[in-house]
Design a protein around this ligand. Structure first.
Ligand code: MRU
Length: 347
């Protein structure tokens, strides 16, 4: 396999983000220097995928907090809180965003026994730790998840859950990568993932990059693919898992879970504990981001529906826990009953 893709990085001058809206046609890196640059990159989906959003927000927070010029702790904490709330408002469903910003804010609000420059240094280290931990966690999840696959496996995926969506390696795609590293023959059936085509544009790009065999299908082909060809498992990521195991992920994931159950195919969610929100009791409490109508009425900037067409564009749906055969986490594969077993994983 080739060297891993580095979607987010930073230096003293800027936070560097691979602009995923322009893939696969162009590999362009954004140099984000302001709060608007970073928040805009997250909102526009230049950086996307729940863990990657959390990492970008943490890096952005550390970078911008490093530019606050005051020695006064209260003033520092107030400006840091404003950065955090601005970033938090960018995408409502991916709970990793709140999780990462909470970690950063706890440090920013520390008592004044240390100086502001020391706090700024601690924030940098925390953002680096969040990034490094995510890669490590993905690898651990990958090890647990790959054990669920036969030696010769066909895995159906949705959206993009690879290096681009995380600190590196990936969640659902990380399981595929780990299986390949473990010498399993894995073939991926990648759903294109309308409206923004993360499957066609990003998953296909990553799989080609790694030399993992795959074929691309439209979302509406999933049912007949399951019926007429072979699928050993459907593995998806998640943007937020509720305490009862209901899991929000890219729109279309619920359809795949229903179809998988109808065809007796196991359906798994691969997500780190940072994606599990113990303060959200069930899927009906997960806020679902609704996005601009143009994402549906146009493709690559070209209008496909007539002017005046009404649109509903929820970016995510919720898979009820009852359709999930297991949550692949860094603590192992969590099975039903989810409420009890998820709580146990946090102990
Ligand atoms: O709107 P996106 O592209 O950010 O949606 C991403 C997904 O739905 C992923 O499946 C999810 O974040 C988990 S990936 C690590």
């Amino acid at each position: 396999m080739r060297a891993p893709i580095e979607a987010i990085a930073w230096n003293d001058e800027y936070v560097r983000i691979l602009d995923q809206t322009r893939l696969p046609a162009e590999e362009v890196y954004l140099e984000c220097r302001t709060l608007e640059d970073i928040a805009g990159a997250i909102k526009r989906l230049s950086v996307r995928g729940a863990p990657a959003i959390g990492i970008a927000a943490a890096m952005g927070f550390a970078f911008l907090a490093g530019r606050i010029s005051t020695a006064n702790h209260e003033e520092f904490a107030a400006q840091a809180a404003s950065i955090s709330s601005h970033l938090l408002a960018t995408r409502p469903t991916a709970v990793n965003l709140r999780w990462a910003l909470d970690r950063m804010s706890r440090i920013a609000g520390q008592a004044d026994s240390i100086t502001v420059p020391e706090l700024q240094e601690l924030l940098k280290q925390e953002a680096q730790r969040i990034h490094a931990e995510d890669i490590e966690i993905n690898r651990t999840m990958g090890r647990h998840g790959q054990a669920l696959l036969p030696d010769d496996a066909v895995v159906m995926t949705v959206c993009n859950t690879g290096s681009l969506a995380t600190g590196g390696h990936g969640t659902a795609l990380g399981v595929v990568r780990s299986a390949v590293e473990n010498c399993k023959q894995v073939f991926v059936a990648a759903c294109e993932t309308r409206p923004l085509l993360q499957g066609a544009r990003l998953t296909a790009w990553e799989l080609l990059h790694d030399g993992i065999p795959f074929e691309l299908i439209t979302d509406s082909m999933a049912a007949v693919y399951m019926k007429n060809r072979r699928v050993d498992a459907v593995i998806a990521g998640a943007d937020r898992v509720a305490a009862n195991g209901d899991a929000a992920n890219k729109i279309g994931t619920y359809s795949l879970a229903v179809l998988a159950r109808a065809h007796s195919i196991p359906f798994y969610i691969a997500a780190p504990l940072s994606t599990i929100d113990m303060t959200t009791a069930s899927g009906k409490d997960i806020p679902i981001e609704e996005r601009a109508p143009e994402e549906i009425t146009t493709i690559a900037g070209r209008r496909i529906a007539p002017e005046g067409t009404g649109v509903w564009n929820p970016a995510f749906d919720v898979v009820p826990a009852g359709l999930i055969n297991g949550l692949i986490t860094e603590k192992g594969v969590i099975r039903a009953p989810y409420t009890e077993n998820i709580a146990a994983a946090f102990k």
